[in-house]
Design a protein around this ligand. Sequence first.
Ligand code: PLP
Length: 283
Amino acid sequence: TELYLNGAFVPPESAHIPVMDRGFLFGDGVYEVIPSYGGYFLGLEPHLDRLEASLTAMRLDNPLTRDEWRAVLQRLIGEPPAPDQSVYLQVTRGVAPERDHLCPEGVRPTVLAFAKPIKPRAAAIAEQGVACITRPDIRWLRGEIKSISLAAAVLMRREAADEDALETIMHRDGWVTEGAVSNVFVVAAEALMTPPKSQLLLSGITRELALILAREHGLDFVEQPVALDTLRAADEIWLSSSTREVLPVTQLDGAPVGDGHPGPLWQRMNAIYQDYKARVREG
Ligand code: PLP
């Protein structure tokens, strides 16, 4: 299967990036991961909106028009009915003549995109949920930018794996921000809550979709700061991300969350989300 690099569709083995690419040297770029089901994207426009916002924040011009992006991404996943795939896309500031933090004028961005199968979720996840650990949020203060500089996320996922956990939930000054690669929801005192959007966390497309679906189905929720203590005492904790959907967390730092089983509100949200996905797959 071909990938897209700077205007051409090429086999992966013949796709090469010069070592002076600023993505390679500085992590100077942004990315998106967009899921598709049966050949139809879920959340294509919100993802492309967020790409635009990340590019603007990084003072990069969008190298492709909306129509060009749509055409490239659709070609990568194929026509419906196609297997379930996510598309990874990234834009770096490009290849400069020398390694200098200050980029000269006239450097053209490097644009890369490729599709990858979405693994069906293991049945054990709905039955047992997943384990998480907590760690201080050691990242920079611009978490709303979907930057390819992911050193902290790499470390956090490693630490989680070392503890046989799937994800690390991060906190700053006693407040939950998000997971290393996901957003966080908490059910406590009968209320469903998630930290409000801010520069400290990525505005997840799945987070937003879950809130829209919750509202449509009459589930109350609040976007409000979530204290680490609230997280620790929660009846339910969920993670959301484009490729992992909405996951129930049943263990936190080795202790059970609630009764240690996926909670009733998660069951409800998962059913709603799966139903939405099925409709995406129908086109
Ligand atoms: N937060 C971070 C730091 C992420 O990397 C991701 C996605 O990978 C998310 C949240 C979830 O975002 P989305 O629902 O748009 O996939």
